[in-house]
Design a binder for this molecule. Structure first.
Ligand code: ADP
Ligand code: MG
Length: 708
């Protein structure tokens, strides 16, 4: 048992530290001394302690407070240009595996021990001074009495006017002399378990941490860190009484911020061989598509777009500091029950740093970020929302149309620039949210109807936000005998596989079904590439692959863009607008992503063709105009060109017929006139209703319209 370890004497500890520092850290200590007080930390690696000194390493984990205090004293014993009593911290980092504890595993045995906690910074408060060494004036004899403070919230007053400090020995009240007292910067962090380590659906647990002095202000919400520190307990407050149940927090000794993306995804040499092999396979795209949510039937194009989004385009940082995003955002809009949520959940699992959340999430930070007030201390705290936590990953947002007003306005920046800016209550900050978004939205009226109008009209999202999605998939659930049969067969097969597995889980080999039966049934749901390997594949490609478009590929995209715009724009430029530069950029990103799947540094013609297939597929579905032309206005303004044209004409007709006539024009007359201009009665009625609804036409009496 660990308890048997004997507390070492302070002398021995100081001697050991002195020896170690003199031998291995003299040069570093001198550097720190010269930079002091700008630098106030000497960072010592645990491995040096372990290798070069007897006992220090083991004792550090058990008695961190004593061992670190001894280090401080040892520093003073060494001859350096430091002042007499420097505020120099000796910080130990890179703790061994045995010191690692998951937040949810923390128990009373960890109290006062040194632990390494890995997690994601959810909240960071502003930096405030904390009283460290208080000087009080005795109200009776005026002596100045010093009383060191601990890190907790309450101020400790002297018990009496200490005689050994020249005081009177009474306790008749004290007054804090704040200008004589010493303060230290302090910041409160809340760290939560990394989503990777959670089993599906579990809520991450959090731990409060305090960092002090030079560690303040170095981590931001959304950062992935390993915090090394001492677990402390404070009694929970119950009114004025102290409870005997304690809250814990971490008093941080050192912080390691993850600097390289996907450090948490471990790729072995064997994995690498397997990934390289897969990337050379000519059917790799198909293989990957079949590996996405095999329980979901069909949706190949959606799944392919998702694969491309996982690999992502190339993020470009320009010399002028601007950034062109590589993230590919996908939105699925559609009828209930078409497996949107199912696909989102799966996507979050196969993406490194994948997060699944809902637009109406209960967290105060929502999808982006927020400045919130700490309930207990009243400090302002910056809290990361889902997109910040998913930085460099995939953020799957279900019911995205239900997001809050604040998120809605922050979302524009988050999607395009990959940052979330906060300016509130004196906090100004910009957090990174460089993630791809996979959103799902339900139509306003429950069902999607391509006949009725554009996407923008059918879901509750502003067109400006919609236009930031690279790909938008409308998903309708229309009866189709052939497809329905295939889908039903598939779903039944999935259920059967699950049934047999459950049955065998209970009865084993004794029952009706053999292992071979189970295997045969499972074929339908077996992904050709295992989700774990797929995550590694994606991380590997994202870390190592930076494709550049070939001249051919560039020319193909340019011509496609120019042709489509020319063909649609017409002579006078009044035709529908098929594509905007946003779609052009989307094409580039999809093309790059396609090259990354092959681990190729060259984005070539086949990649462009793949990207074009995805874009055409969705444009035809969303923006397909009556004449078969793409009309991006249907997304952007909510009104297609030919529809807009119709609206325009009807307004003129009504205006003409109702001028000087307060009664308004009769609907039959309007329809007759519209017919002469080639507008069907049905279309004309629809436009009239819409204009009246929008308040652009006025109905003085039923069946009569005039201009409002
Ligand atoms: P949505 O979020 O689109 O409303 P869900 O993801 O909740 O739909 O799916 C509803 C149910 O229907 C799920 O159990 C899902 O597995 C099933 N389902 C719908 N479409 C498919 C499909 N194409 N293949 C397999 N299962 C499907
Ligand atoms: Mg759903």
């Amino acid at each position: 048992m660990q308890e048997t370890m004997v507390h070492p004497s302070e002398e021995v500890l100081i001697r050991n530290w002195e020896e170690l520092l003199r031998k291995y850290y003299k040069a570093r200590l001198n550097e720190v001394a010269i930079e002091y007080p700008d630098t106030r930390s000497l960072v010592v690696s645990y491995w040096d302690l372990d290798r070069h000194s007897q006992g220090l390493a083991e004792h550090l984990l058990e008695f961190p407070t004593a061992v670190l205090a001894a280090a401080q004293k040892a520093v003073r014993a060494i001859d350096t240009p430091l002042p007499e009593t420097p505020r120099l911290h000796v910080r130990v980092d890179h703790l061994p595996e045995q010191a690692r504890v998951d937040i949810r595993e923390l128990r009373s045995k960890n109290l006062n021990r040194l632990v390494a906690i890995k997690g994601l910074v959810k909240r960071a408060s502003d930096v405030r001074p904390r009283l460290e060494d208080a000087i009080f004036r005795c109200l009776r004899c005026n002596a100045a009495i010093s009383e060191p403070q601990d890190e907790f919230n309450t101020m400790k007053e002297p018990l009496q006017c200490y005689e050994d400090q020249g005081g009177c020995g009474h306790s008749s009240g004290f007054k804090l002399l704040s200008e004589k007292s010493r303060f230290v910067d302090s910041q409160k962090l809340e760290v939560q378990e990394s989503p990777e380590n959670l089993r599906g659906g579990e809520q991450p647990q959090r731990l409060v941490m305090f960092v002090e002095d030079d560690l303040c202000g170095h981590v931001a919400p959304g950062d992935r860190i390993v915090a090394n520190g001492v677990i402390r307990a404070v009694p929970k407050k119950q009114g004025n009484a102290k409870s005997n149940v304690f809250d814990i927090h971490l008093q941080v000794v050192s912080v390691e911020v993850e600097t390289k993306a996907y450090q948490d995804v471990v790729i072995t040499p064997e994995d690498e061989v397997e990934i390289e092999r897969l990337s050379k396979d000519p059917t790799i795209y198909d293989t990957l598509v079949r590996s996405v949510a095999p329980t979901i039937y069909g949706m190949e194009m959606e799944k392919e777009a998702l694969i491309l989004s996982l690999f992502g385009g190339v993020e470009k940082r320009m010399n002028d500091g601007s950034r062109l995003r590589g993230d590919i955002h996908i939105l699925m809009v559609g009828d209930p029950g078409v497996a949107k949520s199912q696909l989102l959940r799966y996507a979050a699992r196969i993406s490194p740093r994948g997060i699944y959340t809902s637009g109406k999430s209960s967290s105060s930070a929502g999808l982006t970020a927020a400045a919130v007030r700490d309930e207990i201390e009243g400090r302002w705290t910056l809290e990361a929302g889902a997109m910040v936590l998913a930085d460099r990953g995939l953020c799957c947002i279900d019911e995205i149309d239900k997001m809050t007003e604040e998120d809605r306005s922050a979302m524009h920046e988050a999607l395009e620039q990959g940052t979330v800016s906060i300016a509130k209550a004196g906090i100004t900050a910009s957090l990174n949210s460089r993630c791809s978004v996979l959103g799902a939205a339900n139509p306003k009226d429950g069902r999607f109807d391509t006949k009725y109008g554009s996407i923008a009209e059918q879901i509750d999202m502003p067109p400006a936000l919609l236009s930031r999605f690279d790909v938008i998939f409308p998903m309708t659930d229309k009866p189709n005998a052939e497809k329905d049969a295939a889908l039903a067969t598939h779903i039944l097969g999935v259920h059967r596989a699950g049934e047999i597995r459950e049955y065998r889980g209970k009865h084993g080999d004794q029952g009706l079904y053999t292992a071979t039966d189970e295997e045969a049934a499972m074929v339908v749901v077996q992904p050709p590439v295992d989700p774990k390997l797929l995550r590694k594949y994606v991380a590997y490609a994202r870390n190592n692959c930076y494709p550049v478009l070939t001249a051919d590929a560039q020319a193909r995209i340019r011509n496609y863009y120019v042709d489509l715009r020319k063909q649609a724009g017409g002579e006078d430029g009044s035709g529908p607008i098929p594509l905007t530069p946003r779609q052009l950029e989307a094409l580039v990103r999809l093309t790059e992503a396609s090259a990354k799947v092959r681990l190729s540094n060259e984005a070539a013609m086949p990649d462009v063709e793949r990207a074009l297939r995805v874009v055409e597929y969705y444009l035809r579905k969303v923006a397909g105009d009556e004449q078969g032309l793409f009309d991006i206005d249907k997304i952007a303004s909510g009104v297609g060109h030919s529809q807009r044209d119709r609206i325009h004409r009807i307004v003129i007709i009504v205006d003409d017929m109702s001028r000087g006539n307060d009664e308004g024009a009769h609907v039959d007359d309007i329809l007759a006139k519209a017919r002469t201009q080639g507008i069907s009665d049905e279309d004309a009625r629809q436009v009239l209703e819409r204009l009246a609804h929008d308040g652009r036409l006025f109905c003085p009496r039923p069946g009569r319209y005039r201009k409002a």
